[in-house]
Design a protein around this ligand. Structure first.
Ligand code: KG4
Ligand code: ZN
Length: 340
């Protein structure tokens, strides 16, 4: 990177406002996160307009906070999430990044949210070398990607319906666990027997590398109804959660192992919100013969640090964006390799 050393990362694609300062020399210098969970929980999901307004409210104070902590007046580069995500929420981060870029006279670079997730393990002390297989599992995406280098992404498989995080969230809702459901469901699963119900492992034995979670969700729904009808739902709740989690994790691991073997990859990166799932991490480590990498728990879910590092690494490519970029849908495969 020319003489850009400190990158301010801004994440505002959904319901977390995340900012961070990342130095190519020193690593992560400061980061701050504000979760909007309390604002959306009454609605059982993210309300886009509320999300946008709260990003407006929180971004500047959080940026000020990390700048004060780091004792710097201005960064050398600003990276912001340009998509995929909620367009209004993205525009808040993009507008802020470009406004500050003008004020500070520093370059601004748009970042793909999923590339941020994918590169998040690079923030850790023991980062993965290329090439690796990435299992990207978030609330909106479930993808297997062969990563040969920065920007060299080949999509090997994806979900045909619900994303993994969405399946956790919807199952949690069926069990009346509240929002966001993934971590609550995982906690309840710890108290249950994962062999209690033989839920389907959709697509597990198909030769392709795609996923499908809707059949699993339906099976859980039928079991919930049955338990309810028998007056046994409270007694069965933990067992349903544990059996669901085991089925979902089995599918994610089965397909990842298949992909690693087909592609001859000896490293697997697990990233995205569902990457915080302890069973997924421990089972991948147990079953995969190669090395498994993941970010620390707080950087599995959305955060500014992953956007800062992705922007810093990408800035090798000279950019001078003339407009604020905000894309609701955006294929990772179109990113390309940054020009030296
Ligand atoms: O990456 P992320 O923060 O946001 C998106 O980009 O979507 O992922 C959020 C998703 C939610 O669906 C949430 O329920 C799920 O990650 N999640 C989990 C766990 N922690 C978060 N799912 C399963 N187990 C967890 N421990
Ligand atoms: Zn995310």
């Amino acid at each position: 990177m020319a003489n850009q050393t400190i990158t301010l990362g801004i994440e505002s694609s959904c319901d977390e406002t995340g900012v961070a300062l990342y130095s190519l020399e020193k690593g992560l210098i400061a980061h701050a996160l504000h979760s909007q969970v309390d604002l959306h929980s009454d609605y059982g999901g993210v309300v886009p307009e509320i999300a946008s307004r709260d990003h407006v409210r929180m971004l500047l104070p959080l940026i000020q906070k990390v700048m004060d902590e780091a004792g710097i007046e201005k960064p050398d580069l600003i990276a912001y999430t340009a998509g995929p995500g909620l367009v209004g929420a993205l525009m808040v981060g993009g507008g802020m990044a470009n406004g500050l870029g003008l004020a500070w006279g520093c370059p601004v670079i748009p970042v793909h949210h999923m590339e941020g997730h994918l590169l998040a393990p690079m923030l850790e002390d023991n980062p993965p070398d290329f090439p690796f297989l990435a299992l990207l599992v978030s609330g909106g995406h479930t993808m297997l990607i062969s990563v040969q280098g920065l920007g060299e992404y080949k999509l090997l498989g994806m979900t045909l319906d619900d994303a993994a995080g969405e399946a956790f969230d919807k199952t949690a809702k069926l069990l009346s666990l509240g929002y966001p459901g993934g971590p609550l469901l995982a906690a309840l699963a710890d108290e249950g027997d994962d062999n209690a119900y033989a839920f389907p492992r959709p697509m597990m034995n198909k030769p392709n590398l795609d996923f499908s979670f809707s059949g699993l969700k339906t099976a859980v729904m039928l079991q919930v109804r049955k338990s309810e009808a028998n007056g046994e739902l409270d007694a069965n709740r933990a067992n349903i959660a544990a059996s669901f989690q085991r089925a979902a994790v089995d599918v994610l691991i089965g397909k990842s192992l298949k992909a690693a073997s087909i592609e001859g990859l000896e490293r697997i990166v697990i990233a995205g919100g569902v990457g915080a799932n302890r069973l997924l991490r421990s089972e991948m480590e147990r079953q995969f013969s190669g090395d498994v990498f993941y970010p620390r728990f707080e950087f599995c879910t959305d955060n500014g640090a992953m956007i800062a590092i992705a922007g810093a690494l990408r800035y090798l490519e000279a950019t001078d964006p003339k407009e604020i970029k905000a894309q609701a849908r955006w294929s990772l495969e179109t990113l390309g390799i940054p020009a030296a």
